[in-house]
Design a binder for this molecule. Structure first.
Ligand code: ADP
Length: 159
């Protein structure tokens, strides 16, 4: 069985993330979307909220599961016996950091390969931070995140 891990902070999950998750789900038998808990970052949404949003929007994808983890991604991938870590790449500026992460992960866990999927053209400029900015001004974010979670995101961030 081929198993892929799709990691991220997903603060919050966007249509760009969902696009990468869907594409991974067509390439692998099982996809685990993992919310990585990073204690040095102060997220806008709790881990439970972020996991809940992803579960809601992937409910129709039978081979996708959602989890959360605080630790090294390479260790998580080894624990789950993952074939691949799947990451989306938007612009060249994503590349340097992602390449460094991929090399680190492969030296810690040579059994899991990192695979990059190019962002779809519609989502190239979409980021969680842009969604947070728009929602914090009380504006609708349903162009940027799945419709079923847009209102929860706006309500939580509107000050
Ligand atoms: P960000 O980099 O916006 O903080 P995450 O850490 O949650 O987001 O990202 C998880 C993965 O999703 C990363 O590989 C990131 O490059 C990718 N990603 C983020 N936004 C998009 C997008 N709009 N299209 C494709 N991939 C994306």
């Amino acid at each position: 069985m081929t198993i892929a891990v799709c990691p991220g902070s997903f603060d919050p999950v966007t249509l760009g993330h969902l696009d990468v998750i869907r594409r991974a789900a067509t390439l692998f038998d099982r996809v685990i979307v993992v919310v990585m808990i990073n204690f040095s970052k102060q997220p806008a949404f709790t881990v439970e909220e972020r996991v809940g949003f992803i579960k809601k929007i992937t409910a129709s994808l039978p081979n996708v599961e959602v989890d959360a983890f605080s630790g090294l991604l390479a260790d998580y991938a080894a624990k789950e016996d993952a074939t691949a870590i799947v990451k989306g790449l938007r612009v060249m500026s994503d590349f340097e950091y992602e390449f460094q992460m991929a090399l680190t992960n492969s030296s810690l866990n040579p059994r899991t390969e990192t695979i990059f999927l190019p962002a779809s053209i519609d989502y190239m400029f979409l980021s969680s931070s842009m969604v947070r900015e728009v929602a914090s001004r009380g504006r609708d974010v349903s162009k940027f995140v799945p419709a079923e979670i847009a209102e929860d995101i706006r309500k939580k961030l509107w000050k």
